[in-house]
Design a protein around this ligand. Sequence first.
Ligand code: GDD
Ligand code: MG
Length: 354
Amino acid sequence: MLEAILLVGGQGTRLRPLTISTPKPMLPVAGYSCTEHQIALAREAGIGRIILGTSYRAEVFESYFGHGEEFGLELIYAVEDEPLGTGGAIRHAAQHLTCGPDDPVVVFNGDVLTGLDIAGLVQKWRNEKADVAIYLTRVADPRPFGLVPTDASGRVLEFLEKPTTPEEIVTDQINAGCYVFKRLVIDSIPGDRPVSVERETFPALLASNKIVIGVVDDGYWLDLGTPLAFAKGSADLVQGIAPSPLLVGRTGLAIIEKSADVDPSAIVTGGSYVGHNARIGPGTVIDRSVIFNEVQIAGGSRVTNSIISTAAHVGSDCHIVDTVIAERAFIGSNNELVAGTLVFPDERIEPVTI
Ligand code: GDD
Ligand code: MG
C-alpha cells in the first residue's frame, strides 16, 4: 500500500482574512476543501494511508476528516506544536509511516490544485531509481515559486526557491508541490529544528549527488495561495477546466447547491459556486465568484471575481469586484467595493444613502 504525507500546516497569510479561522487547505473551492479534492485524487492513485502534517489550526482538519472512514482511506495527524517548515514537517510526519526504507512516499503541498497522475510519478521514480522525483510545471512568471532547471535526461541541476535576482530566472519550470521520496531520504532530514525542504533539503541532496529527477507535467496546475488564484481555481473546477473526482457530472457555468435559494431572475455564471443555504435576491448577478454557505445577497447587486465567506450579508444594489469578504461580515446596501478590498470577520460596512 502506498503512503503519503500532506503538508497543511502553513498560516495562509496571503489569504487573510479568510484564513483567520480556517486554514487555507480547508477553505472550500467549488464546495470542497483543497484537502478533500487532494484526498480524492490520492485515493484514485491507490494511496491507502495519508499523514496530515498540521500546525496552524490543526483541530479543523481532524474534526472534518476524522480517521478517514468516510473518505475511503486511513488518515493520521502529525501535529507540530511550533511550525517545523516544509522539510521539518515531512520528517515529523514520517514517524507514522509503516513502509520500509527503500519504499516510495508521496508528499503533497496542501494548496495545490492538480489532476496529476500520481501513480505515473511514482512509476518514473521507480524506473529512474531516484532518491526524489519532483513534479514540475511550466508557468509564465516563475518568480513566486521554486525554480527547478533540469538536464536533458531530467536530472535536477539546481533548486532556486523564490529567486530575487534576474540572473536566477534560469527556467520556466517550477516545483509544482508534489514529490516522491525514498523513505530513507526523509529519515535523513534533521528532526530537531525547522527545515525548509526547498531551501535546505533539496540543495543538500543535489550537493551530495543524490538522484533527484524532475518530471514535467503540462496538465492543469494552480497554487491557491492568493485571493485571485483561489477564485480562479474554484471557477476552473466548476467549469471542469480543473479536474476533480468529486465534481464528475456536476460541472458547467455554475454549481448551485440544492439548499441554496436563488431568485429566478438572478444570474449565476462564469464558474461561480453558491453554497448550502445561501440566498441570492432578484436581479443580482454573481459572476466568477465563490459564495460560501449561508451567505445572503439581496437584490440588484453585482458580484464579480470575489469570495464571500460563510454567513456574510450583502445588501441590495452593491457592486463588488475582486474583493474578499470574511465570515459574518455585513455590507449595507448601495456599497461599491473596488478591487483588492478585504473585509474582516464580523466587520460592518454601513449602507450608503443615495
Ligand atoms: N505542517 C506544516 N508545517 N506545513 C507547512 C509549513 C509548516 O511549518 N509551512 C508550510 N506548510 C505547508 C502549507 O500549508 C502549504 O500547503 C505547503 O506547505 C506549501 O506552503 P506555501 O506557503 O503554500 O508555499 P508556497 O506556495 O509559497 O511555495 C511552495 O509551493 C510552490 C508550489 O505551489 C514551494 O514548495 C515552492 O517551491 C513551490 O513552487
Ligand atoms: Mg502555496
